[in-house]
Design a binder for this molecule. Structure first.
Ligand SMILES: *[C@@H]1O[C@H](CO)[C@@H](O)[C@H](O)[C@H]1NC(C)=O
Ligand SMILES: *[C@@H]1O[C@H](CO)[C@@H](O)[C@H](O)[C@H]1NC(C)=O
Ligand SMILES: *[C@@H]1O[C@H](CO)[C@@H](O)[C@H](O)[C@H]1NC(C)=O
Length: 214
């Protein structure tokens, strides 16, 4: 006979698994997909082939409310609630090969959940803030057209120091809660969650920080 708290934990685990939304095929193949690539820094890269658009803010499929200023990415349902390991609140890194700009965003919503959508597991839409950041000098044209001019590359990463310092919720690649301590995918030390912004984030997320303030 299992102790009561263990039974409870098992029931909760079963409930969490059962909560997978089977409406869309999963983009990940099994629970081991969260294992890192051999460099230990993150998943392998995806390349988009649908135009990268920006999405209207609101409360998304991850029950997370975002604004035009949020750092949010919207992925295929198979990467989010229909994934084997739900991607909600994981972090991704995006790079725009056209201008070399790199940005990070938290997965906050599902996109392409319409019949016959071409929006694949490899595709991404962005909140306005991240969209503008990645567009760089091209941002006014991109905003006018509602899409970036080329394809992006992106991959899942450990929540960056920046996300932790700004107090974003985040989860590890295996779906467990990320306490924001230890190093991120860029080797920057993360000193727990705070609610900093702007310059303060840059001060904290500095590669020279070797130990967390006591
Ligand atoms: C989706 O594709 C199927 C098969 O090609 C077609 O019959 C159907 O009308 C399409 N649905 C929409 C909403 O375009
Ligand atoms: C999930 O990943 C984190 C970070 O790699 C690790 O510390 C933790 O033990 C993992 N949890 C499970 C249940 O695999
Ligand atoms: C950050 O701010 C939010 C909203 O004001 C608050 O709920 C949260 O507790 C704060 N977190 C920390 C670590 O101060």
């Amino acid at each position: 006979m299992l102790p009561n708290f263990l039974l409870h934990a098992l029931l909760l685990a079963t409930a969490a698994l059962a909560a997978r939304d089977p409406s869309y095929p999963a983009c990940d193949t099994n629970a081991n997909d969260h294992k890192m690539t051999k460099t230990g820094t993150g998943y392998s890269w995806y390349t988009t082939d649908d135009p990268v658009e920006y999405v209207a803010p609101g409360t998304g499929s991850c029950a997370y409310t975002y604004t035009d200023q949020s750092l949010v990415a919207c992925l295929n349902p198979g990467q989010v609630n229909s994934a084997i390991v739900n991607g909600c609140h994981k972090w991704i890194e995006l790079t725009n090969p056209a201008n070399g700009i790199v940005a990070q965003a938290m997965v906050g919503d599902a996109c392409g959940a319409v019949p016959n959508s071409t929006f694949g597991c490899n595709d991404v839409y962005l909140s306005k803030e991240v969209f503008v950041e990645l567009a760089g000098d091209d941002s006014s044209t991109a905003l006018q057209k509602g899409r970036l001019s080329g394809d992006l590359q992106w991959r899942f990463i450990i929540e960056p120091c920046k996300g932790c310092a700004m107090g974003y919720p985040g989860i590890f690649l295996n779906g467990t809660t990320d306490p924001c301590t230890g190093h991120d995918s860029h080797g920057l030390l993360r000193c727990g969650r705070s609610n900093l912004s702007g310059q303060d984030v840059n001060k904290v997320c500095n590669a020279n920080v070797q130990t967390c303030p006591k």
